[in-house]
Design a protein around this ligand. Structure first.
Ligand code: FPP
Length: 247
């Protein structure tokens, strides 16, 4: 049987060679707004619409894990009104998407310093995670107040505590043990990392997990990113040869 899909925009997509885990650095909301003489908040609102479209496309194609970088630990340093607007937008998104995620068999998960989020956002997040916890389709990770260095430091702390308690032998601290103490424990590493808005940076995102990840940078600003470009990048990914350091 032909494993290539046949619907219009997925024609040529090899469903047997899909990336299991796709991670995205969503960048360019501010520039998108500036180009239109809008304020940055309006750019983020449009960005939230792009999130809906990409989550839907990823689920439909059959991606197992989608991780979106929605708010970094560094983003707390943005002007107060922008942080408040982003938190409000996040809360609205979680409330409005909860049912949709549930019906589409998507399980929502959050990675990052969730305890730093305002109480009302944490409540909305918990409700959406609880509502979708038994779903078995795509895992949708939202990186919130996330920073990879803090994630690794936290893992080191947990491992040190277990070592002191005699639960882990220092000689037994392998790559696998470290990975098991990250927020992404038991998840496959990203196969594909996409960054929008043309910046050639990783910005403290999934530093441990992207050791062998294929990286795609697109000039599109996040609010302009959608299903068609997402599928195009996955097709490009499928044409790359991954060697994982071997010949
Ligand atoms: C980068 O744009 C984007 C962010 C800071 C966060 C991403 C947020 C969203 C997509 C909207 C809300 C998300 C959800 C899940 C509802 P930027 O402000 O850095 O853009 P710029 O570099 O052009 O200024």
């Amino acid at each position: 049987m032909n494993s290539k899909t046949n619907s219009a925009d997925t024609a040529g997509l090899d469903i047997e060679n899909l990336p299991s885990h796709v991670a995205i650095i969503m960048d360019g909301n501010g520039r998108w707004a500036k180009k239109r003489f809008l304020n940055r908040i309006q750019g983020h609102e449009k960005g939230a619409q792009a999130v809906r479209k990409v989550v839907e496309a990823a689920r439909e194609i059959g991606i197992s894990v989608l991780t979106l970088y929605a708010f970094s630990t560094e983003n707390w340093q943005r002007p107060k009104n922008e942080v408040i607007a982003l938190m409000r937008l996040l809360k609205k998104f979680l409330a409005s998407e909860k049912q949709n995620l549930f019906e589409n068999n998507i399980r929502l998960n959050a990675i990052g310093q969730i305890e730093r989020l305002p109480g009302d956002v944490r409540t909305a997040l918990q409700k959406a995670m609880d509502a979708t916890r038994h779903n078995s389709g795509m895992l949708f990770n939202l990186a919130l107040s996330y920073g990879a260095r803090s994630e690794i430091a936290l893992a080191v702390r947990k491992i040190a505590e277990k070592t002191v308690a005699g639960e882990i032998d220092p000689g037994g601290i392998t790559d696998k043990v470290v990975a098991e103490h990250l927020y992404t424990a038991r998840m496959p590493d990203p196969d594909l990392l996409i960054r929008t808005s043309g910046e050639m940076r990783i910005s403290n995102f999934l530093l441990w997990q992207i050791a062998y990840t294929e990286i795609f940078i697109t000039d599109s600003l996040w609010p302009d990113f959608g299903r068609a470009e997402f599928i195009k990048i996955i097709k490009e990914y499928q044409s790359r040869e991954r060697r994982f350091g071997k010949v």
